[in-house]
Design a protein around this ligand. Structure first.
Ligand code: DC
Length: 232
């Protein structure tokens, strides 16, 4: 039996990772996993406990004793914190900011990386994040680094958020995304950087379907197309 196929999709916020990873997983019969949601869930736990996300010792202690679980259902990725599904509560600006802070802490990363790896044991996955190809699955068969211009990423984020009734300007959103890029790229552990064997795709002028088409072509060329189905 071949090893389960692992596809990693890393890149900055708003590059289209979630959409592309979800579509790709459906096409390949693999399980989609959103690793960022585990950091967001940890951040939500910290905020709800009234702990300052900058307080490394307190955050480390709290997350150390928190039960974090990843689940998949209906092609969607879910995170459970102490048994409760918190997935629907992870997209607020407060959680986004706190996630960027708590994801800098080694204890938090060590714990969540183990959970991400354990979820993929014995099954094929498409996992998206920042360090999936570099740290979580350096042995992955296919690594994609998805990027796009910051203005385009801000535009997409605004379109996404306008459904939630948020009012933000393009300029402010681009600034916030740029600031998050900086936090992600500058952190000491697992900074956002493409794996040396990652294939970079610039999605600025591409629809998600076109990006998925390019990745499927790579999968076909390698003869991996049926692997996802085989391992399930
Ligand atoms: O992809 P996202 O916006 O949901 O990620 C939330 C935060 O978690 C973001 O600040 C980057 C961080 N993150 C990370 O450090 N490593 C990952 N593999 C995924 C996300």
């Amino acid at each position: 039996m071949p090893e389960p196929l692992i596809v990693t999709i890393d890149g900055p916020a708003g590059a289209g990772k979630s959409t592309v990873a979800q579509m790709l997983a459906a096409r390949l019969g693999l399980t989609y996993v959103d690793s960022g949601a585990t950091y967001r869930a940890a951040a939500l736990r910290v905020l709800e406990a009234g702990i300052d996300p900058h307080d490394e010792a307190a955050v480390g202690r709290l997350i150390g004793r928190t039960d974090v679980r990843v689940e998949s259902s209906g092609g969607e990725s879910h995170v459970l914190i102490d048994g409760a599904d918190v997935t629907a509560r992870l997209r607020t600006p407060e959680v986004t900011l706190a996630a960027a802070l708590v994801s800098r802490l080694p204890e938090v990363r060590a714990k969540l990386i183990q959970i991400q790896r354990a979820f993929a044991r014995g099954r094929g996955v498409v996992m998206e994040g920042r360090d999936i190809g570099t740290v979580v699955f350096p042995q992955a068969q296919l690594k994609i680094f998805l990027k796009a211009d910051v203005e385009e990423r801000a535009r997409r984020r605004l379109n996404q958020d306008s459904h939630d009734g948020h009012k933000a300007t393009l300029e402010k959103t681009a600034y916030e995304i740029g600031r998050r890029d900086q936090l992600d790229a500058e952190r000491k552990i697992s900074p956002l950087t493409p794996a040396s064997d990652a294939i970079e795709i610039d999605s600025t002028h591409l629809q998600a379907e076109q990006v998925v088409g390019q990745i499927l072509e790579l999968v076909r060329k390698k003869g991996w197309a049926e692997r996802g189905g085989l391992v399930r």
